[in-house]
Ligand binder design. Sequence first.
Ligand SMILES: Nc1ncnc2c1ncn2[C@@H]1O[C@H](COP(=O)(O)OP(=O)(O)OP(=O)(O)O)[C@@H](O)[C@H]1O
Ligand SMILES: [Mg+2]
Length: 218
Amino acid sequence: MIDLLKNSGLEPEQLEYTEIVGQCANDLLTIINDILDLSQIEAGRLSLAEEEFQLRESLNSVVKLLRVRADQKGLQITWEVSPNLPDRVCGDGLRFRQIFTNLLGNAIKFTLSGVIHVNVAECKDSAHFCCKVIDSGIGVEDTVSERIFEAFFQADGTHRRRFGGTGLGLTISRQLVGIMGGQIGMYNNKPGPGSTFWFQLPLGGLKDEKLALPETKC
Ligand SMILES: Nc1ncnc2c1ncn2[C@@H]1O[C@H](COP(=O)(O)OP(=O)(O)OP(=O)(O)O)[C@@H](O)[C@H]1O
Ligand SMILES: [Mg+2]
């Protein structure tokens, strides 16, 4: 309805107000979805799909979507996927994109200038792949580098006001990665500014069979 309204020949000022209403509705939807995800995970009711998904295409779709936000801030996004990795991976493609969106979204949000680089490569064990999001942003104090994965925790009391958000993205990402049999973490870049957030997932399947759908394609 908001989109229809925007295209109904509004005056510039009315259009601006309508865009703000649209943005607020989207922000609210994100918060509701995050809270629902967390409740579902905590209730042990999250079902993950076990399907084949296109790794490069999935990464590309997220980068394409978030590039708009990066462009608005004058940030450059570069990304590379190791040629050793297969195109098709087995797991839950939607949840993979959700985790990657959270990390890349954070990198854009907490970087004021510079470059964000995404690197996806095979792990040494050949059974997992690792996705790294390297930013040149504000970084995270060592004292809170573990706490930022807790629900509603933000590294600094001013972050909500300065950058927005509720402090749920990393909590949900950590829970999802755990259920999928992977790991997630972060470290501050040294030398140089910013931080690197990474997660590892199995290339071939899900760890917890109970949480996967009974009918699987791979
Ligand atoms: N790339 C980053 N650089 C610096 N600080 C970060 C980065 N990513 C996360 N943080 C810190 O970790 C906190 C928690 O991140 P998380 O994604 O859970 O919440 P959020 O981004 O604040 O809100 P939400 O994801 O719910 O919209 C952030 O508020 C911020 O303080
Ligand atoms: Mg976030």
